[in-house]
Design a binder for this molecule. Structure first.
Ligand code: GLN
Length: 313
């Protein structure tokens, strides 16, 4: 913990793999049938720097469900469309202190989601994506995800069908939002599009590239294309710092000190602003819904590079 020795990116990826493989105890998400069936031994780590350098190890090509990490990129899309002030006003900007799919968090705050990175806030964010139809809105989201990744991403029909046929809890959340005036489109359309955006397939390398676009101030370092206004990137990162790992966000801030985001598909992403992004993947989750091995891997890689924002230069 105390040693702040700075290793090479290749060493950091290796340190991440080692720490990930040494961690144990996670369980695949089982409330989405598809996710329960993924091989729990899959493990990978990738780093993409703001200058476009790529380092990767393990099953870095394996395509998994982006799940809640999608919330980050749709937030970026909506911020670009309506501006950060309206996002804060309509959704909120603070952590909930409750699980990612909490209904109680809504009741405790007059049905305002608080954070765009929990399910309620993410469904409200999706409801703000401009578009005439569900297909239209999802098309914009997939194009945005693809721009962040620097290649055309696709949605998995199998994952989407698995989630659409079991997402009753999220539909309940959307109706609660709608009744309080905090869902800004048809609520079932918002859940449909939200569920599709969670079913996009990404590799660990895609995820690291998506993160590196935020690290580089909104320009994808591999494609060279601007994806989000530079002036909005730090707002997205602030939300990740506060709520990116749900009830694990405190531990994450305390030990890693970087904005992060997890998904129940097993992905974990961390951003070192101005420098790089680290992504890791392994399906086993802790009770908060964060990949056990993914967290260990990102934590070890970040530590080996001395990236904690709160430790200064
Ligand atoms: N699609 C999942 C859900 O809505 C995403 C949750 C997550 O990754 N934390 O429950």
């Amino acid at each position: 913990e105390d040693a702040k020795s700075v290793s090479t990116y290749a060493d950091a990826v290796r340190a991440g793999m080692d720490a990930g493989l040494a961690a144990s105890g996670g369980m695949n998400a089982d409330y989405i049938p598809y996710l329960a069936s993924i091989d729990p031994n899959l493990m990978s780590v990738a780093i993409v720097t703001a200058g476009g350098e790529v380092h990767k190890a393990g099953d870095h090509d394996y395509g998994f469900a982006i799940e809640s990490i999608s919330k980050v990129f749709t937030l970026a899309l909506v911020m670009d469309a309506i501006g950060p002030d309206e996002v804060r006003d309509k959704i909120g900007d603070s952590p909930t202190g409750l699980p990612f799919n909490s209904v109680m968090a809504l009741e405790l705050n007059n049905d305002k989601p608080l954070s765009p990175l929990v399910n309620a806030g993410a469904i409200a964010t999706v409801s703000l994506v401009p578009g005439e139809s569900a297909d239209d809105c999802f098309g914009k989201i997939l194009a945005c995800q693809s721009a962040f990744a620097g290649r055309p991403l696709t949605m998995s029909d199998e994952i989407n069908t698995s989630e659409q046929s079991t997402n009753f809890h999220n539909r309940a959340i959307a109706w609660l939002l709608f009744s309080a005036g905090t869902c800004y489109s048809d609520p079932m359309r918002a859940v449909d599009v939200y569920t599709r955006q969670c079913s996009t397939l990404v590799s660990t390398l895609d995820l690291a590239t998506m993160g590196s676009t935020l690290a580089a101030g909104g320009v994808n370092p591999l494609s060279g294309k601007r994806v989000i206004k530079e002036a909005y990137v730090h707002h997205v990162l602030a939300e990740m710092m506060m709520e990116g790992l749900y009830t694990g966000s405190g531990d994450w801030a305390y030990t890693v000190g970087l904005p992060g985001k997890s998904g129940v598909g097993g992905g974990v992403l961390a951003i070192a602003p101005g420098k790089l992004a680290i992504a890791a993947f392994s399906p086993g989750l802790d009770p908060a819904g964060n990949s056990v091995r993914g967290q260990a891997a990102v934590k070890a890689a970040a530590l080996s590079l001395g990236l904690n924002l709160f430790r200064g230069a």
